[in-house]
Ligand binder design. Structure first.
Ligand code: ADP
Ligand code: MG
Length: 549
């Protein structure tokens, strides 16, 4: 075995592997450089999924002719000077590695100010003046052409192209004051207005219909949180639409993703995920960004404080939850009657919804029961269809949760006590949660080692279902942990106590359920996240029937 010092080109190619994993990494580093240079406009073009050409042009501070070759040396940066600077990094870049790494595995041309430089495989191949222009243009060609091993690991063009789009989208969403013009291949492109409005950037990147469903998040404090999150009625099957950032740097953080998703518990069904663009502003010295080669992860001094600030902010924003709505198809071949000037139809619809949230204490008027278990009702917003079981579940869940946490509820003795068989784990949690089960309304006697006799149950639980309700509640307590277990128990108890789909309800019972539903917080979904009601808004109906605009 002979130990030898590697020649610089080999060492650089190895180091490049850490920074430049795939074309999207190049897009990311070049956009970060443009942002660090104070650009107000950035254009991104990607051809051949990044293998043929990646071009990022900006109108930022640029570099002088003397600086240009330095930028391509490893550990050459204008963003750090001393060891202490690492403790408070306010720029996206800081390692001085990106351009050197990119140039080690591609053919790069950079024009900045009045200078031009071309570096191929880490070697400067051309250098000279250029027509003076503001800002910087970096063009990366033939990425990984000289490192076939790396090329082999590339995924399909569609996947690599999508990753590039994802990166560009992230920065466009997080920097709404910068005008992004992005074209990935021939088909995928967007441009943001760059006017500083986060909602406008979101509409440009994610589409107008998604943009309309996002709620603003804004909370000040030692840890400030800002951004947008989706109405619970809009959701995705993966976490891909969750974008979290710390001091404007996109990060992947299981803890923060969990913090966000917890806010949607009971508002989204299992397996569904929100859309979010959230930036957490943390004092620079309270976060270490120097823990991951691609700067994707960060370490907080106090993760708990960030976690709870994020949750407080998102929970406050979600107070504005709107109901699921029937959207009538507007792709009608006939021209629509025009709305008053300055108002197109969707805006009118939203105005109506917003206006009604002011008047939300107006009662729902029951009109009857349809299809066995849907209540039909009228409200100032429009016509509503309500799933009677889901609605009652929501009402009872809120009540039972408070009681399992100690609020005293009404209990009703059973004429014939119910005997339930229990698993050992259920017996254990029954003892552990004795006090909360009592405040919920259960009076239970253990007998034998595996059985219990239910002598009284919550007043809301039908007598015939007291046994199964207890058993389901205990099972939920035994399966879950901490707060989650108590919430799951409240959901089980609510499910076993609520009116069933198919139970006939007379008008006065319908009215009572609707009143309770209106009064219940988070009443848009049942505790499992399924919708409780569907709105057909008056303006939509009006448009559909072409009534006097
Ligand atoms: P880092 O961003 O970590 O400093 P890079 O290798 O990405 O390292 O860039 C090296 C240096 O080149 C930067 O510190 C910056 O001074 C300069 N630079 C790179 N891109 C640009 C740009 N688009 N505009 C102005 N200066 C740039
Ligand atoms: Mg950089």
């Amino acid at each position: 075995m002979t130990i030898r010092l590697l020649p610089p080109d080999v060492a650089n190619a190895i180091a490049a592997g850490e920074v430049v994993e795939r074309p999207a990494s190049v897009v990311k580093e070049l956009i970060e450089n443009a942002l660090d240079a104070g650009a107000r406009r950035i254009s991104v073009d990607v051809h051949g999924a990044g293998r043929t050409l990646i071009r990022v042009a900006d109108d930022g501070a640029g570099m002088s002719a003397g600086e240009l070759p330095l930028a391509f040396l490893r550990h050459a940066t204008s963003k750090l000077a001393a060891r202490e600077d690492l403790d408070a990094i306010g720029t996206l870049g800081f390692r001085g590695e990106a351009l050197a790494s990119i140039a080690a595995v591609s053919d790069v041309e950079c024009r900045s100010g009045a200078a031009r430089l071309r570096v191929r495989g880490g070697q400067v191949v051309e250098e000279g003046p250029a027509a003076p222009a503001p800002g910087t243009v970096v063009e990366v060609r033939d990425l990984f052409a000289s490192t076939p091993a790396r090329l082999k690991f590339m995924k399909s063009d569609a996947v690599e192209g999508a990753a590039c789009l994802q990166v560009a989208s992230s920065y466009a969403l997080l920097f709404p004051a910068v005008r992004f013009t992005v074209a990935i291949g021939e088909r995928r492109s967007f441009s943001t207005p760059g006017d500083g409005d986060a909602a406008a950037a979101a509409a440009a990147v994610l589409g107008a219909s998604v943009g309309r469903e996002l709620i603003g998040v804004a909370a000040d404090g030692e840890v400030a949180v800002s951004g947008l999150v989706s109405q619970p009625r809009v959701h995705r099957s993966s976490r891909e639409a969750i974008l979290l950032a710390v001091n404007h740097r996109p990060v992947s953080s299981r803890a923060l993703t969990f913090a966000l998703e917890e806010c949607y518990r009971g508002r989204l069904e299992r397996g569904r995920h929100p859309i979010a663009v959230l930036d957490v502003a943390v004092p620079l010295e309270d976060v270490d960004v120097n823990v991951h080669p691609a700067k994707r992860e960060v370490k907080f001094k106090s993760e708990g404080a960030v976690f709870s600030a994020l949750q407080r902010a998102v929970r406050a924003a979600l107070q504005e939850t709107r109901p699921y709505e029937i959207r009538l198809d507007s792709r009608d071949p006939e021209p629509w009657p025009r709305a008053p000037a300055g108002h197109d139809a969707p805006a009118l619809l939203l105005d109506a919804v917003t206006a009604v949230e002011v008047a939300s204490s107006a009662p729902l008027r029951p009109l009857g029961q349809a299809g066995d278990g849907y209540l039909v009702a009228e409200s100032p917003e429009g016509v509503l269809l309500i799933d009677q079981h889901a609605a009652h579940e929501r009402v009872l869940y809120n009540r039972f949760l408070a009681r399992l946490r100690g609020a005293q509820g009404l209990s009703q003795p059973l004429l014939v006590p119910a005997v339930v068989d229990l698993e050992p784990a259920q017996v254990a949690v029954m003892r552990e949660h004795d006090a909360s089960l009592r405040s919920a309304g259960f009076v239970v006697e253990e007998f034998g080692s595996r059985q219990a006799r239910v002598e009284a149950a919550p007043a809301e639980t039908p007598a015939g279902r007291a046994g199964e309700a207890l058993s389901a509640t205990l099972a939920a307590l035994a399966e879950g942990r901490g707060d989650g277990a108590v919430e799951a128990a409240a959901a089980s108890l609510a499910c076993h106590s609520a009116v069933r789909f198919g139970d006939p309800l007379d008008l006065s019972e319908q009215r009572r359920l609707l009143q309770e539903l209106e009064a219940a917080p988070e009443s848009v979904t049942c505790p499992h996240g399924r919708p409780t009601r569907l709105l057909l808004a008056w303006p939509d109906l009006k448009r559909h029937f072409r009534r006097n605009y």
